[in-house]
Every structure is written in C-alpha cells, then in structure tokens.
Design a binder for this molecule. Structure first.
Ligand code: CP
Length: 326
C-alpha cells in the first residue's frame, strides 16, 4: 500500500479486516516493522480518537510518532493553492514545507476538515493531494474534506467482528439531527466502504434534500422513511451531515430523527454505531448510548487495530523509505 486516502487504496477489504483482527489479538507481533521509522501527524483540525489510536498503532509497530497541531498556531499557517500571492494569513507554502516533512518522516498523516462553503473546493481535496504531490512519502488521511477512511475501515472491522449469523447483515446509515452544519466525510466514507465491501444489505435513510454525493452512495438503497429503513436492521450507524446539493446547510433538525429505544424496537435488536464524538440527546439519545445495543466504545477502541493494519501495509510496501530518499 503506497497511501491510505480512500477505499481505492485497499486491494482486499476482508484481508485488511483479518489483519486488523490479528493485530487486536497480537498487538506487538510486528514491533520490529517500524523500528527506526518515524510517522508525522499534522492536525489542521481537532481530534481525540484518530490522533491517539494512530499514535498507539505506530508505537505497537515500533515507530516513533511526532505530532504537529497546525490548527492552534503551533505550526505556521500553510498555503495550499498553486500560484497563491501570500499576502494574507498563510505563512508557508506546502510546496516548501512538504518536502522537508518528507525528509523528516517515513509516513505523513493529515487531518483536515472542509470549510463547507464551496463544494468544488472541498471536494477537490486540495490539501491532501498537495501533500501527496510534494512530500514524496506515503500519506495517510486522518479524515479529509470528504472522507474518513480509517473510521470506515474500523466500522467494517467492527461489524465483521460482532456479526455471528450466516446471512448478510442489514446495515442502515441513518441521518440524525445536529445543531451545526457537519461535514459529509464519515457518511460518504461509510457508504463508499460499505458499497465496495458488498457483504451487507446497505440502506441509507435521511430527510428530503439530504442526499449525499452519488459517487459514494451508488449501490445503496436510499429512503426518506426512517421507520421503514430500520425494519429488521442488524446495525444502525447514526450520523449527522449537512446538505450536499445546496452545500453545507441545515434544513432539518426534527428530534424525531434521533434514534431512541422506540425506533430501535423496529430493528432486529440492532447494534448501534457512531464514530464519536456525539452530542448526547441531540444526535443520539442517552437511552441508546447507555444501553446494551450501543457498540460505540468497541468501535472507537478498534481504531487502533485498523490504523495498525494500514501502517503495517505501508511499511511493508516501502520497507526503507529513508534509504530510498538518500
Ligand atoms: N471518530 C473520530 O475520528 O474521532 P476524533 O475526531 O476524536 O478523531
């Protein structure tokens, strides 16, 4: 694996899930793999789970991780536009910074959220693409403007780990209310991975005018009727997202879309997932989060093993990038 930006970087999802589960059972088995290697983590936006699970995964592989919070002025404000006249707030161009980072590190990771103002700009994934172009080393997305591949990989791992029946599970991605316009990354990415995986009956439910990009949802059953969607579900993945067509807006905030025990009773005693952080009693009810059907803690804990599987694949594909650069 040369990079991890989307599901397209994974040759075999089931093999990767097996690898992640293997690391869960044997965390330190490849402690030698990352010896004398360094991973750099650039955060342009906040994180708890992604930041810490990636660092734990790197440590399990014997790598040193170094983190730079670009978002809180720890690092210089970076410019990503080609040909920019840098007379504003940005101080350093990625063209100048990325090759240096490429010499410091063996793998480079970046988290960057969309602005939710200009769809074409956000969906061009300029920041990640510029880092790939100019760093010259493998880049891992820790969530980009449009996708969150480490989360989705973990989500499929968690479904495979917990589903013990012989039939295809029914997995429902349901929109939930929120007070702020939220990026599409988790929902886009979950849909992209579920459709690529193809081993579930995958349904998406959301209010009218909350369609996601067809690029990611194509292949799923889509309905505005949440009750209908929830019937016989084995897994319910709860997530808010803002509008896509009329980009980055909130049209709907009806609490009836928030999953509770009554709506859960329509399902096949479904397990409930959420990437976290979650606004309790806005996006997801206390009764669900505190109840026996919630697997959000397992899901978040599994982030370590998914990240470890990804980093291991990259290290194996490029066993000594430092030497290659010399
Ligand atoms: N789910 C997730 O990515 O969590 P963080 O934003 O805390 O990293």
């Amino acid at each position: 694996m040369k990079q991890f930006i989307s599901v397209h970087d994974v040759a075999d999802i089931n093999a990767m899930v097996d690898k992640a589960l293997y690391y869960k059972a044997n965390p330190l088995i490849d402690k030698h793999l990352g010896a004398n290697k360094r991973i750099g983590l650039l955060f342009l936006n906040p994180s708890m789970r992604t930041r810490l699970s990636t660092q734990v995964a790197a440590a399990n592989l014997g790598m040193e991780s170094i983190l730079l919070n670009v978002d809180n002025k720890e690092g210089w404000a970076l410019e990503f536009e080609e040909g920019a006249i840098m007379s504003g707030n940005t101080v350093e161009h990625v063209k100048d910074a990325a090759p240096i980072l490429g010499n410091y590190f063996d793998i480079l990771c970046i988290r960057t959220f969309p602005q939710l103002k200009n769809k074409e700009e956000d969906y061009s994934e300029l920041l990640v693409n510029q880092l790939i172009k100019y760093s010259g080393i493998p880049v891992v997305s820790l969530e980009s403007c449009t996708l969150h591949p480490l989360q989705s990989f973990t989500d499929i791992m968690t479904i495979k780990e917990t589903f013990k029946e012989s039939y295809k599970p029914k997995v429902v991605l349901t929109w939930a209310p929120h007070i702020k316009p939220i990026p599409h990354c988790v929902a886009n990415s979950f849909a992209q991975w579920m459709n690529a995986w193809g081993e579930a009956d995958f349904v998406i439910t959301h209010p009218e005018d909350y369609e996601l990009s067809e690029e990611y949802t194509r292949g799923a059953t889509i309905t505005n009727n949440q009750e209908e969607a929830l019937k016989n579900a084995d897994y319910v993945y709860v997530k808010n997202w803002s509008t896509y067509t009329d980009y980055g807006r909130i049209y709907e905030n009806d609490p009836k879309w928030m999953l509770n025990n009554k709506s859960l009773s329509l399902t096949n005693n479904a397990k409930v997932m959420h990437c976290l952080p979650v606004r309790r009693n806005v996006e997801l009810s206390d009764e669900i989060l505190n109840g026996p059907n919630s697997i959000v803690t397992l899901e978040a804990s599994n982030r370590v093993w998914a990240a470890q599987a990804v980093l291991a694949e990259i290290l194996k594909a490029s066993p000594n990038p430092s030497k290659e650069r010399a």
